[in-house]
Design a protein around this ligand. Structure first.
Ligand code: ADP
Length: 351
């Protein structure tokens, strides 16, 4: 395992906040993205690995060796920060060569390696420019090349795209994923941008209140969140507090629904989650297409938004939020396929 957090706890002195009981492993070549609301502990986790903070308990291993007590520069980790943190008086190639200079690599060799690193991030020919003469995206590429040039044991990315505009962000996001794959290096990437996390992470770790709620592949997080907080955090969802009425059935605010109740005894309280794109709109309740309950109701909102049409339908004491990509007709009912319903433990008071 390239990186391993073992029951790591860090509490900021004089406060009740920090990160608690973190168990997390990153494999060789894996891109692991840490996501969570502001203040959930993402940056603290990264600082603990980088060596800017020391855990009060637990261990952090890099390639099987504890890094406890090692200062940041002895951990051999490449780090890219939010603000590019380039040396303004040095050219791009001098910036990238700097970590090699510190490591005593002779001048000609380090400039050659720096030029190759710049080419790998698509900056061929721009090595002679000062940071002030490069765009934000280009400066972040220089920072990425500088973080990788000395073949570090792992790469740490701290909100590397937050200073870029939306277009550059999407472009740079794909570029980071490509460069990371080429380098085959274990990477911890911290962001608050859900789309960024879900689109490039091999796995995504969701933090909340200093704790890890779930670590899983993006699709698993989306389809099988461990609880309501994760379900709501990683995408839009219908979330209904319900009761298992009989095996294969729940009583919910939108009515009785058929679904897989495995693991929940009759009488159990549950949260039923259905992603809006799984709700099937019907012009006529008799038109049921899949296996699952049909609910008739009145449409209270119907918005055509280009590729997606969003609608709300009042049913029972609640509302069904739906999204459809292709359906243009009238909506008089919806069908909720049984396999689209995911039962989660009931809502708990936030930690
Ligand atoms: P995130 O990166 O997810 O936004 P952080 O790891 O920065 O969260 O912060 C986690 C918690 O620790 C927050 O409640 C934050 O206010 C607190 N915190 C961060 N840095 C310090 C500090 N230097 N001293 C005290 N509390 C801090």
């Amino acid at each position: 395992m390239a990186i391993s957090f073992q029951n790591v706890t860090y509490r900021y002195p004089g406060s009740e906040v920090g990160v608690f009981g973190i168990d997390l492993e990153i494999e060789d070549g894996e891109l692991l993205v840490v996501i969570g609301p502001s203040g959930s502990g993402k940056t603290t986790l990264l600082k603990l690995l980088a060596g800017f903070l020391e855990a009060q308990s637990g261990r952090i291993l890099v390639d099987g060796e504890s890094v406890s007590g090692l200062p940041p520069h002895r951990r051999n980790l490449g780090i890219v920060f939010q603000a590019y943190a380039l040396f303004q008086h040095m050219t791009a190639v001098q910036n990238v060569a700097y970590p090699l200079k510190v490591r005593g690599v002779p001048r000609a060799a380090r400039l050659e390696q720096a030029r190759r690193a710049l080419a790998r991030v698509g900056l061929d020919g721009l090595g002679g420019r000062l940071p002030a003469n490069l765009s934000g995206g280009q400066q972040q590429r220089v920072a990425l090349a500088r973080a990788l040039v000395f073949s570090p044991r792992a790469l740490l990315l701290d909100e590397p795209l937050s200073a870029l505009d939306a277009f550059r962000r999407a472009e740079m996001r794909d570029e980071i994923a490509r460069v990371q794959r080429d380098a085959g290096i274990a990477t911890l990437h911290v962001t608050h941008d859900l789309e960024e996390a879900m689109s490039i992470g091999d796995r995504v770790a969701v933090m909340h209140g200093g704790r890890l709620l779930q670590v899983a592949a993006p699709q698993t997080l989306y389809d099988m969140p461990v609880d309501r907080r994760v379900g709501a955090f990683v995408g839009k969802a219908n979330l209904w507090e319900a009761t298992v009425s009989a095996p294969g059935w729940i009583a919910s605010p939108v009515g009785a629904l058929a679904c897989d109740t495995t693991g929940f005894a009759p009488g159990s309280s549950v949260t039923a989650m259905v992603r809006p794109e799984r709700i099937l709109p019907l012009a006529d309740p008799a038109e049921a297409k899949a296996d699952g309950v049909v609910l008739a109701g009145a449409v209270s909102l119907d918005r055509f938004a280009g590729p997606i049409r969003r609608f709300d339908m009042g049913v029972g004491q609640s509302v069904v939020h739906g999204e459809t990509a292709g359906y243009r007709g009238p909506i008089a009912a919806v069908q909720i396929p049984s396999e689209a319903i995911r039962l989660l433990p009931p809502e708990t008071v936030d930690a």
